[in-house]
Ligand binder design. Sequence first.
Ligand code: AMP
Length: 112
Amino acid sequence: MADCLFCRIASGEARADRVYEDDFAVAFRDINPAGPTHILIVPRKHIATLADLTPEDDALVGHLHRVAVTVAHADGRRDFRLAVNCGADAGQSVFHLHLHVIGGRPLAWPPG
Ligand code: AMP
């Protein structure tokens, strides 16, 4: 989608600090990090929210999780948090599905 920031990052049209990419996913550092490690994993396919997934995305969702572990380990994080905000009231501000990998500091629960 031309007006989607994360589509433009995934395509390379918009800049980001990319740490990983493959045919299905791109990972890049969050511009406003919540910890020493804060990486976003996005599918190349535009999916607005977690609630918009369909059964045909099942393999993609598994892949995104494996990419999350790969980039966390590559950043030296064995312990980390994986988070997805679904909808504005949950804190979602960019409506292209993304997984947050946050680590490198003690993380409280529940999050705010
Ligand atoms: P969410 O609030 O769950 O939708 O997460 C969106 C995240 O995208 C936030 O943590 C932002 O800091 C981050 N973000 C917004 N614009 C950019 C950008 N251009 N490059 C990297 N991260 C971004």
